[in-house]
Design a protein around this ligand. Structure first.
Ligand SMILES: Nc1ncnc2c1ncn2[C@@H]1O[C@H](COP(=O)(O)OP(=O)(O)OP(=O)(O)O)[C@@H](O)[C@H]1O
Ligand SMILES: [Mg+2]
Length: 243
């Protein structure tokens, strides 16, 4: 991260523990505005927990999380969730049509989604409008993931948190979703933070990378840091992953 980067999301000495078990340990850092940052680290490092903190699903025991310069504890929960979208590996879907699922974020807020807007959202994720009336049960894994991304885009989030959204996809779908996210980032300057277990993906997609181990942010900076980590545990982690 360079000094000219503005923070879309900033963490200041954030710690979180559950039943006195430290899960996030004094993390400070920024996710630069309009950029893609990948987040890697071994299983149990606290990556998903960090997302839940950033999205306001859980609150830090200490420290501060700022979105667009404002402490997230001062946001209305719905406003925060609209600003910071979260997409998961296997997003829960309602039984029924794609349209019903796309509309969900709005129906939860008492609103409605015009069909033309829904069709546009599908177009944005590379699916034809005819998918609106399809049953989600009949979608392939890749199509399902695209619908899930489209659903996250309904609220036009400024920040998009993606938690291993391609790990269960085949190579072609994975590449399509990667291209889609890159296009969303470039088209609308959405800040992306992407958790992945795939270090090749972290390098190719992310301009920046954070490496978390044991609840700590061990190293962060341009993604090329994965080629020459300074930290010994990061070096071991990277070696293990690249073999
Ligand atoms: N609700 C919870 N209650 C208790 N412990 C939890 C809870 N959620 C997560 N943990 C623990 O916190 C640690 C971090 O979990 P987290 O899911 O954030 O890791 P992760 O980096 O996302 O791992 P993975 O790569 O496997 O998804 C783990 O040790 C996990 O068991
Ligand atoms: Mg996780």
């Amino acid at each position: 991260m360079t000094t000219s980067d503005k923070a879309a999301l900033e963490l200041k000495h954030v710690s979180y523990s559950d039943d006195s078990l430290a899960i996030i340990n004094d993390i400070s850092g920024i996710f630069p505005e309009g950029k893609i940052t990948t987040l890697v680290g071994p299983s149990g490092a606290g990556k998903t927990t960090l997302f839940r903190l950033c999205n306001g699903l859980i609150s830090p025991n200490s420290g501060e999380i700022r979105v667009a310069g404002k402490d997230i504890s001062s946001y209305e929960p719905t406003e925060l969730r609209r600003t910071v979208g979260l997409a998961l590996q296997s997003a829960a879907m309602l039984r029924g049509t794609v349209f019903k699922n796309l509309e969900l974020p709005l129906t939860l807020q008492g609103g409605k989604l015009p069909e033309a807007d829904a069709a546009k959202l599908l177009e944005d994720v590379g699916l034809e409008a005819e998918f609106l009336q399809r049953n989600v049960r009949d979608l392939s894994g890749g199509q399902r993931q695209k619908v899930s991304i489209a659903r996250t885009l309904v609220n036009k989030p400024k920040i998009l948190l993606l938690d291993e959204i391609t790990s269960s996809l085949d190579r072609v779908s994975k590449q399509e979703v990667e291209e889609l996210i890159t296009a969303i980032n470039q088209r609308s300057q959405v800040t992306i933070v992407w958790i992945t277990h795939n270090l090749e993906q972290a390098l190719s997609i992310g301009e920046y990378t954070w490496v978390m181990i044991g609840g700590k942010l061990m190293e962060s900076g341009e993604s090329s840091l994965l080629h020459h980590p300074r930290n010994e545990s990061v070096r071991r982690f990277v070696k293990g992953e690249f073999t």
